[in-house]
Each structure stands twice: as C-alpha cells, then as structure tokens.
Design a protein around this ligand. Structure first.
Ligand SMILES: [Zn+2]
Length: 480
C-alpha cells in the first residue's frame, strides 16, 4: 500500500469508525479486545480505535454506575420504604377518653408498706418529707383515725415533686374507702373513693378420710373457715375430736372481693354436717335485735344452754363412769370428765347462771359450781386460781372466764374436772342431752323458713349430685 493512499484515507476511515462505534457502543465494548489486529503500519488508526473503545467502555461504566445501578437499586428496595412515602387517608379509631387526658404518671406514686414498729413520722422521714408535711396531712385528714394508729401491713402512697415537695398522698381509710389528699401550694383537696366490695357465695363439700382440715383443704376452704365451721357446731360436736372417717360436710359461705380482688372468706350462710349418720344443720339468721345467730333447719338456736367442753383441752384424760381411782385406789364413780390442759389454761362458764359454790372442796381442790338452769348445774375442779371478782351469788355469762387449769386437790396432773348434774345427779357431760333451746317464735320462724329455703335447696342439690357421682363411681367399679 502506498504511503499517500494510507495518509489520505485515515480521516474518512476514522469518521466511519467513529460513526459505527457511536451506533453500536455495546458491540464495541464487548468485542473490542478481540478484533483489532496490531500491525506497525496500522498503528495510528489502531491507536485511535483503542482509545475509542476505552472511552466508550469508560462512558458505559460511568452510565451504569451513575444511572442504571441506582435505578435498579431503588427498584429492589423493600416495599415498606415505598409505603412510608405514600400518603393514605387512614381513619384511626378514636382514643379512649382516659388515654387522651393528661394523667398523673403512676410511676411517681411511691407505695410504702408499714413495717412493725414504724410510726407515721418514720415513714415520712424515709420519703424525705418533713414534720410540716406530716402536719399538713394530719390536718387535711382530720378525722382519719387510720393515720393516728397505723398497723404493720398498712399501705400509703406518696406523690412527691422532683424538688422533694409533697404533692399527694393516698391511704385506705377503711376496707371500703380510699382517701387521696392533693397538695397544690397552700391548697389542699381531699377525694374519697368508695371501693366496690362484693360478696360472692361459695360452696365447699368434703368427705373426711383423715382430718377435717385435710378434707376442707381439698374442698378449697381456708383453715379460718374450718374454725368458723367448728365454732358454728361447737354445741353439738367437737369437730377437732369427734369426727370420723366417712363423715361429710357441705358449707355455703360467702367470700369478700374488693375491686375484683379476693380479700377474705366471709360468713358461713348454711352448713350441713353428717357425723356417723347424725345430721347437723346450721343456718345464719338475723334476729330482730340485728344480731346474727345460727339455727338448725327447724329453727332452733344452735347455741345451747351449756357448753359441752368449757375449755381448749389437749385430751380427755379420764372419762365419766366407774373406775379404779388413781388416788384412792378403789372403785368409785368418776362423776365428771377430766380434760387435760396446761396449767393456766382459761376455763369458761358452760352456761349462763349463778355461782353456788366457790372455794376449796376436799378432793376437788379449788372448785366452782354454777346453777345454770333450775335443773342443770355444772362443776369445775382442780383450778390453779379463780378469775377475780367472782363470789357465791355472782351471775356469769356463758363463755365468761371463771378460773384457770391447775392440779389442786386429788390430781395427778394439770386438768379440769368438769361435771354436769341434772337435779343433783351426775351425768356424762360428753353425751348428756343438753336442755333443748326453744325454737324461734312462730312469726320469726316463718321468716326463717322463707329466708333459708334457697340455701336448703342448694344443700340438697349438692347431696343429690354427690349421691349420683357415688352411684356412678360404684357402677364404674363393678363394670371394671
Ligand atoms: Zn375428774
């Protein structure tokens, strides 16, 4: 090829090449490195071409980096980002009124529980409050005796400003009322909030296998309720000692709830106790004088003229009847029952009556006899001392303390010798038929029956269900 030819052509060739490259940049980018033979004579043109290829490649990379990749990246972004940018006319449910009100932040109220031995002043001091704050509270709460006599376990809440000033105080005036004092500068305001107390009925039923307490626990009853049950039936049965395997009970009682929280068990409304086949019933009834008492199903008061055992004793150390006397060593009638208890245990009058003997009696030691009814009298021997202020002729009420357990006279250990006499003749205090109390007067009796009918019906339902359950259990046993 001639030199001049070569020199004349490059400009046109270059122009075509430039045009081609402009039209097909992608092709040139991809295949440039393949298709440009290197020869010495083609050097100038080759150089230009290579530059174009490089420049175009650079331009492409720049385009990719600057335009395509961001677009791609934004297209690949997670959807929520796009949603946030979108404005949608959403209608939200209205906030409850309480939530919208500016509320005193609960975390600023400091709750304090009174510990044993603490005074109100101690509690104020512990909160960094001074005597003037205590004084303001006492003045503002004027008649709240709660503050004058606080008890371990009582709760107080304080609202204290960041600077340490007292803004508010809360306390329970009684089981049903909460008082809140608010201090705003020199102004004091007092709010009393009545707390809702509810009584809800519960039914407990149990069959005794071991102890009454065990059966009651299985029935979901508290020990306190067992004590109440024992107290209701105390004239007819000693539930601590005279229960037997197979005895059963059903109790309808109420529980007390405050602001929806269970507080404590309330009163026994009705109870039924089967003791070796003997059925005892108790129904709570309000007497015309406003006081409450327990009555059997037929409207007779459960409270008898005499207590069967006039003290808390640990065991019966000697029963009523003929026995070899441990002191005299000959067969004698033991005219009462010996109830062992530690020296000093209080002895209660078994019934309302008048003291007919008080003093030292041979064999009995310190002895009291009470004429309870024209027919019945009770005797108490071996006392360590008499209760003060009692003489022959003194009137005593049932349950009143008349003396204390000892072992004066012929006794081998501390115990109460307890006697019951009918027209002077000794009888067994543990089994004697107590003088039957008179039932309610006809008008009250009608009221009693109408009030207790629903309770009685519920007791019957429990018994029916249990009999059905027992029958079902027997069927299952025989089938299996
Ligand atoms: Zn005795």
């Amino acid at each position: 090829m001639a030199e001049d030819k070569q020199g004349a052509r490059p400009s046109r060739k270059q122009a075509i090449s430039r045009q081609t490259q402009r039209r097909h940049p992608r092709f040139y980018e991809l295949f440039a490195h393949w298709s440009f033979p290197r020869t010495d004579h083609m050097q100038p043109l080759q150089w230009y071409r290579e530059r174009w290829v490089l420049a175009t490649t650079a331009l492409l990379i720049a385009t990719l980096a600057g335009f395509i990749m961001p677009t791609w990246a934004s297209a690949m972004r997670p959807a929520p980002t796009a949603q946030i940018r979108t404005t949608l006319p959403l209608t939200l449910p209205a906030l409850p009124a309480t939530a919208r009100q500016p509320q005193p932040a609960a975390e600023h109220w400091r709750k304090v529980r009174v510990k044993a031995g603490q005074t109100l002043s101690d509690i104020f001091q512990a909160q960094g409050l001074g005597f003037s704050d205590l004084n303001r509270v006492l003045q503002a709460s004027s008649n709240s005796e709660v503050l004058h006599q606080i008890h371990p376990g009582d709760e107080f809440s304080f609202l204290i400003a960041p600077d340490g000033g007292l803004l508010g105080m809360r306390f329970d005036r009684d089981a049903m009322h909460r008082v809140q004092l608010n201090f705003d500068g020199t102004k004091v305001s007092k709010q009393v909030v009545a707390r809702t107390m509810q009584r809800r009925e519960r039914i407990g039923h149990g069959i005794i296998h071991g102890s009454l307490f065990g059966a009651a626990e299985r029935a979901g009853m508290s020990d306190a309720m067992v004590m109440k049950l024992a107290d209701v039936f105390k004239y007819d049965i000693d539930l601590a000692r005279e229960v037997h395997a197979g005895d059963s009970f059903t109790v309808i009682y109420d529980g007390v709830w405050r602001d929806g929280v269970y507080l404590h068990s309330g009163n026994i409304l009705a109870a039924e106790f089967y003791n070796r086949g003997r059925r005892l019933t108790a129904f709570r009834f309000q007497k015309p004088d406003g006081s409450f008492g327990y009555y059997s199903e037929d409207g007779r008061p459960l409270q008898k003229a005499l207590l069967r055992t006039p003290l808390k004793f640990s065991r019966i150390s000697s029963r009523f009847g003929m026995r070899m006397d441990p002191v005299l060593h000959s067969r004698h009638l033991h005219a009462g029952v010996d109830l062992a208890a530690p020296t000093g245990t209080p002895i209660h009058a078994a019934g309302n009556g008048v003291i007919s003997i008080r003093g030292w009696v041979r064999g009995y030691g310190r002895y009291i006899r009470i004429r309870d009814t024209p027919a019945y009298s009770t005797g108490y021997g071996h006392m360590s001392r008499f209760a003060p202020g009692l003489h022959v002729g003194s009137h005593v009420r049932q349950g009143q303390i008349i003396g204390y357990v000892g072992q004066t006279g012929w006794a081998t250990g501390p115990h109460l010798h307890y006697e019951v006499r009918i027209h002077g003749k000794p009888v067994n205090p543990l089994t004697v038929t107590m003088p039957k109390p008179r039932p309610l007067a006809p008008k009250l009796l009608a009221q009693f029956h109408s009030e207790t009918a629903p309770l009685l019906a519920r007791l019957k339902i429990v018994n029916t269900n249990i009999k059905l359950a027992q029958a079902a259990a027997v069927r299952t046993d025989t089938n299996g």
